[in-house]
Design a protein around this ligand. Structure first.
Ligand code: FAD
Length: 381
């Protein structure tokens, strides 16, 4: 089935992104995997090519087009290339909405030009060593400094772009008496006294993506670095998590299509018992099932994309898209590894990397169990 949610401008943008990845990402990805992080140069190159902040107004150096399909194209092309180390989706899909919706004019002028040029790499720090799913358990505190700012203390973990980040949106408890209304978003910048990076975490997959621990010891966050209204942190998280989850669904769906494509190609070339593996009925049935599931995932994800662009994507639908496509990706990749035989276990084969890279999709962005909680609640509320 043809996809019907893109127009000629989107197709042209996709071609540009694909060429960018071929030239600026793919040749370096193995090195980045060895380094445990990507280079700053690729961020600057992405900024020059207009891959960062497509929806940021032009006056701040962005693309000026408020259309999530452009974000989705970047995520899809990265997934198609197996470029799991690049944190552009975190910057574009996860952090951008916070800055665009909540930052004051002064903050936008300070941060958005660098955000779009790739000079300011960003991160969002919610998760802590003691709490992930249960965000109300966050222990990081911001105590008023008497000047409108806060003294920040605490630790975060599993933070994407953590080592490279120049700007981190930190979720902190600024009023310990106010329950869920006691959380605020404080922006910590590189170089602030007391802001330290811990370990770059050694992960099962996504080896080139930097994922780190961050710590804050008496970090003075001035009033001009408070993002949005005090006490609204949780509301902001809830408003923005749907887009993050859609982004994961977009990446997962593209990952499913890629697994199918590389496996179909492999089974045509690989021979056993005097014929290609693809000639065995089992192979054809496996791939037929995967192709069908890929198509179902594609239709649902595109529909969610369309709903999101129209401003109608519900939190429940985003949760459905996230859990279902990420679960499917893991199942599909596992079957595709099997069809590769021993080579499917060798990291020089794309399907083996897909196997380790895909595992996390059902964990981050809210675990799939939490997605089912959200969907379940909507059925009985
Ligand atoms: C590679 C990677 C990158 C990440 N990037 C970021 C980032 O940039 N910023 C950030 O803030 N976080 C990030 N995270 C953290 C991620 O969002 C959390 O790991 C995730 O939300 C789960 O939290 P947890 O690890 O504390 O697991 P836990 O909350 O301890 O969950 C453990 C298990 O219990 C289950 N569980 C928990 N509560 C319930 C419930 N109510 N009902 C049923 N089951 C439940 C979970 O589903 C899971 O299976 C990242 C994680 C990884 C691995």
């Amino acid at each position: 089935m043809d996809r019907n949610i893109f127009d000629a401008d989107h197709h042209a943008f996709r071609d540009m992104v694909s060429i960018f990845i071929e030239r600026e990402v793919t040749p370096h990805h193995d090195q980045w995997e060895a380094d445990g992080q990507v280079s700053r140069e690729v961020w600057l190159a992405a900024g020059k090519s207009g891959l960062l902040g497509t929806d940021v107004p032009e006056e701040y150096g962005g693309g000026g087009v408020d259309d999530f399909r452009y974000n989705a194209i970047i995520t899809e092309e990265l997934a198609k290339a197996g470029a799991s180390g690049i944190g552009f989706p975190l910057q574009n899909d996860v952090v951008a909405p916070y800055l665009l919706r909540l930052a004051s004019d002064e903050q936008k002028q300070r941060w958005l030009p660098g955000f779009c040029s790739g000079e300011i790499i960003t991160a969002l720090a919610m998760t802590e060593p003691g709490t992930g799913s249960d965000l109300q358990g966050i222990q990081t505190t911001g105590k008023p400094d008497g000047d409108g700012g806060f003294i920040l203390n605490g630790a975060k973990t599993f933070i994407t772009n953590g080592i490279l980040a120049d700007l981190v949106i930190v979720v902190a408890k600024t009023d310990s008496e106010a329950g869920s209304k006691g959380f605020s978003l404080l922006v910590v910048e590189r170089g602030m006294l007391g802001f330290e990076r811990g370990r770059r975490l050694a992960k099962v997959g996504m080896k080139a993506q930097d994922t780190a621990e961050l710590s804050f010891t008496d970090v003075r966050v001035p009033a001009e670095n408070v993002l949005g209204k005090l006490g609204q942190g949780f509301v902001y998280l809830m408003q923005n998590l749907a887009q993050e989850r859609l982004s994961i669904a977009v990446g997962s769906t593209a990952g499913i299509e890629r697994a199918l494509a590389v496996t179909a190609a492999y089974t045509k070339d690989r021979h056993a018992f005097g014929r290609p593996i693809s000639a065995f009925q089992n192979t054809r049935f496996e791939l037929a099932e995967i192709a069908t599931e890929a198509q179902v995932a594609r239709v649902f994800t595109d529909r969610c994309l369309g709903e999101h662009v129209a401003g109608r994507l519900s939190i429940t639908d985003a949760a459905m898209a996230k859990w279902w496509t990420s679960d499917l990706l893991k199942k599909v990749v596992d079957r595709c590894v099997q069809l590769h035989g021993g080579y499917g276990y060798m990291l020089e084969y794309p399907i083996a990397k897909a196997f380790i890279d895909s595992r996390v999709q059902s964990i981050y962005g809210g675990t799939n169990e939490i997605m089912k909680e959200i969907i379940g609640r909507s059925l009985f509320s």
